[in-house]
Design a protein around this ligand. Structure first.
Ligand code: PMP
Length: 351
């Protein structure tokens, strides 16, 4: 750290993203990307005509993109916010709605960025422990008077909450916002989008990075009450109004028009997930009932870190977290059936 670093950030512990190695080709099952490329419509949209307009700034309002998202989710354009990845939107939500007198709360085991954003903005926060089965315990969130951030399905467990649970949380915390981070919703959870019409404190956040095969384009969106969207816009226009570049804008519109392609891919990923779960169980692995595009698993014969290292040596990248409660586990992104067969073969030799 240089001597110039602002004192308030000196002790900040930044988020550690999953490895994106450039040294050799791995079977990459570590950052929950889709194994499938973007749809043909996306490839066609990002063409030389589009590239040749890069001398011009993009539309800061992203009107066409927001209209397309609004149509797909049967909400209005004014209920849609788009950001440079859902990370940006989560960050803005912490900035816009949390503060010294409006603390945040999230599960102790969840997406690691929630804690980083809270610390970045000096927001007091409570980490609410998952129960012994690694589930979010809904009653711990009832009437807690804090701004709540929950991933549904949760990461890295893949476990889900019902819409009934989410309604109870929103209903009992009317003076606070409830952010439901639906990065993985398309792999088997129910979306809370329609509840945003009922609860003016609910923000549903989604991403193009997982089910829509566009992690490299950086695009996420939030759906909420109009006033909430305006608050998020205020933060965006106070940081970077042009956060969605021209190419991503076009790709985002095209991807939604090719929805059936992505629905088909999700089906294949879900099938590969359920197949892999059964095969891992045959090998003595314990796992959560993940409804996401990853599997969270452990085996009493090998610790999580060792399994991660051995698989890496064999050219397969998975993710290991050193946090105490989950250090025995690895998180494995679900790829194609062929990738999962290669993973299973490697695991057999390791254990
Ligand atoms: N939420 C969760 C739960 C995630 O796992 C991720 C991916 N790391 C994100 C949000 C951020 O996704 P992105 O910024 O790529 O949209």
């Amino acid at each position: 750290m240089s001597k110039f670093m602002n004192e308030k950030y000196c002790r900040l512990e930044a988020y550690t993203p999953g490895e994106q190695p450039q040294d050799k080709k791995y079977i990459k099952l570590n950052t929950n990307e889709s194994p499938y490329p973007p749809s043909q419509g996306v490839l066609d949209a990002v063409n030389t005509d589009a590239v040749s307009l890069l001398n011009l700034y993009p539309d800061p309002e992203c009107k066409n993109l927001r209209r397309t998202i609004a149509e797909q989710y049967t909400v209005e354009e004014k209920n849609v916010f788009v950001g440079n990845g859902s990370d940006d939107i989560l960050n803005f939500a912490f900035m816009a709605f949390c503060g010294k007198d409006s603390p945040a709360a999230f599960p102790d085991i969840s997406y690691g960025f929630y804690k980083v954003y809270a610390e970045l903005h000096a927001i007091p926060f409570t980490e609410i422990p998952l129960n012994g089965k690694l589930e979010v315990c809904v009653r711990d969130y009832i009437g807690i008077n804090k701004n709540i951030f929950i991933a549904n399905p949760n990461a890295p467990t893949g476990l889900t909450l019902s819409l009934d649970d989410i309604s109870r949380i929103c209903e009992s915390n009317k003076n606070n916002i409830v952010v439901i981070d639906e990065a993985y919703v398309d792999f088997g959870a129910e979306s809370s989008v329609n509840l945003t019409k009922k609860f003016d404190n609910l923000i549903t956040v989604m991403t193009y990075s997982k089910s829509r095969s566009m992690a490299g384009a950086r695009l996420g969106f939030a759906i909420a009450n109009e006033e909430i969207i305006k608050d998020l816009e205020k933060i965006k226009y106070s940081t970077n109004p042009y956060s969605i570049n021209r190419l991503t804008n076009l790709a985002g519109i095209a991807a939604l028009k090719d929805n059936s392609y992505y629905v088909e891919n999700c089906k294949k990923i879900i099938e590969a997930r359920e197949y892999t779960k059964v095969e891992l169980q045959k090998l003595g692995f314990e796992l959560t009932d993940s409804k996401s595009n990853f599997i969270f698993t452990k085996n009493s014969n090998i610790d999580g870190e060792m399994l991660y290292k051995k698989l890496k040596e064999k050219g397969i990248l998975v993710r290991h977290f050193s946090k105490d409660r989950i250090k025995d586990y690895v998180r494995i992104t679900v790829g194609t059936k062929e990738q999962m067969d290669a993973l299973l073969a490697a695991i057999k030799t390791v254990i």
